[in-house]
Design a protein around this ligand. Structure first.
Ligand code: ATP
Length: 427
């Protein structure tokens, strides 16, 4: 894990938040390569779950919501984790993550009584600060969809089954943020609320279970490291009839990557009761009104980025030299190809390489230019960030119009005609 964290920082994927001031625990800043990787994953998700379907409605709801939303769902009173404090070093821990609930894992001191700690960040909206102006940074994107259920029904008149999808930031004041970006206090979720007639729940659950695995495959994360955990009733939210956690073998252990839950009609019913607005569905054929039930596939975007980095990281030897490489799927790789002139001090090579670079960049986003150091060093640098192809412009290019294209994983080199380069890389 240390090697991955160090590479991520050194090469501009992910930095600590507010680093020059000593950081802010549980916050992370994405650098240029991290943003590109995250955007590529986000786009794949949106394409699969929204654009390629006919039954999904995308929304982008406000992060700040009326406090009544969180009273209705029970988050205001109950979105908490069990907290214990050491009487010696005063450090705080999440009680359910400790092997020994009596002894401090840091200093061996005595741990105090367990108490519930609400994880929502509180803020105030407007110039006065009292109970009535309280708002929260949303701890999940899900509620932004439930409160827009009626808007979607009124604007689009969808027939059941249909879903709503949203990607956005969520905030949790985690007691113990840890394991790089895995447990952060500010993170991004990609969530779906899929509305169904109650009788269809098991079939829909199965559909999304398969789709979640298909998405993981699409991102290029190896199935061998992905597992399912059937969450036992005692550990499920009381309204959930079934929950599966999809887990990934991170270097720090097997941990939750995504969750899939059958939330029954809990959320819509609670909002209907608290808002006094009808949130039901009219089945015109059966002349029957009912509150739809809901299947919720929930994905962490930052956890996907982290799993993709962990899955892609490897070390091997090439031409007698050790190398670190990121075997990212080309679909999500932040840089698709790098273009080099063989020699930096030959204007004719640099000029032709620049032209090829510009032409590629027009057609394919995220093409990089590199003329620093020797070719071997440039290859190593691109391997580290997962660039699938390196294109070298040499003296033969000036003669016969071909370039050398070198494959990241095998190191194999091929001569490709310049006019075929865009098609070659796109393929
Ligand atoms: P955990 O048990 O790890 O705290 P959870 O069961 O509380 O997670 P959910 O409420 O199901 O998580 O949230 C849905 C998804 O959001 C998770 O599967 C995960 O991908 C992501 N997620 C939740 N909490 C965090 C966090 N603190 N940092 C990064 N991602 C998170």
């Amino acid at each position: 894990m240390e090697k991955i964290i160090s590479l991520a920082k050194r090469r501009g994927f992910i930095y600590s938040g507010s680093e020059i001031y000593g950081g802010l625990a549980g916050t992370w800043d994405y650098g240029p390569l991290g943003v590109a990787l995250k955007n590529n994953i986000r786009d794949l998700w949106w394409k699969r779950f929204v654009e390629d379907r006919e039954d999904m409605y995308g929304v982008d709801a406000a992060i700040l919501m009326n406090q009544k939303v969180w009273q209705a769902t029970g988050h205001a009173s109950g979105f908490s984790d069990p907290l214990v404090e050491c009487s010696g070093c005063k450090k705080r821990f999440r009680a359910d993550q400790l092997d020994d609930r009596a002894k401090c894992p840091e200093c061996g001191g005595k741990l105090g009584e367990e108490r519930q700690f609400n994880m929502m960040f509180t803020t105030h909206v407007g110039a006065t600060q009292d109970e009535s102006t309280i708002s929260y940074l949303r701890p999940e994107t899900a509620q932004g969809m439930f409160v827009n259920y009626k808007n979607i029904i009124d604007s689009f008149h969808p027939k059941l089954p249909f879903g709503m999808a949203q990607i956005g930031k969520a905030f949790r004041n985690e007691i113990a943020p840890r394991d790089f970006t895995f447990r952060a206090r500010e993170f991004e979720q990609m969530e779906i609320e899929y509305f169904i007639a109650p009788k269809d729940w098991a079939e829909t659950f199965e559909h999304f279970r398969n789709e979640m695995h298909a998405f993981i495959k699409d991102v290029g994360i190896g199935a061998d490291n992905v597992h399912e955990l059937e969450v036992p009733e005692a550990d499920r939210a009381f309204y959930s009839k079934r929950t599966i956690d999809i887990e990934y073998d991170f270097p720090f252990g097997r941990k939750e990557l995504y969750g899939l839950a059958y939330r029954t009609d809990y959320d819509l019913s609670r909002h209907a009761e608290h808002s006094k607005i009808k949130l039901d569905y009219l089945d015109e054929a059966a002349k029957e009104r009912f509150v739809p039930h809901c299947i919720e596939p929930s994905f962490g975007l930052d956890r996907t980025v982290l799993a993709a980095l962990c899955d892609a990281y490897s070390e091997d030897e090439m031409n007698g030299e050790k190398r670190e490489l990121m075997q990212l799927d080309p679909k999500i790789a932040p840089v698709k190809a790098a273009v080099f002139p063989l020699l930096k001090n030959k204007p004719e090579l640099v000029g032709r390489a620049r032209e090829i670079y510009r032409d590629l960049k027009k057609e394919i986003p995220n093409i990089m230019w590199d003329d620093n150091g020797n070719i071997g060093k440039r290859y190593r640098r691109q391997d580290e960030i997962g660039t699938p192809y390196c294109v070298t412009v040499d003296f033969d290019t000036l003669e016969d119009g071909t370039v050398t294209v070198r494959d990241r994983d095998s190191g194999k080199q091929e001569r490709v005609a310049t006019e075929k380069l865009i098609r070659y890389i796109n393929k």
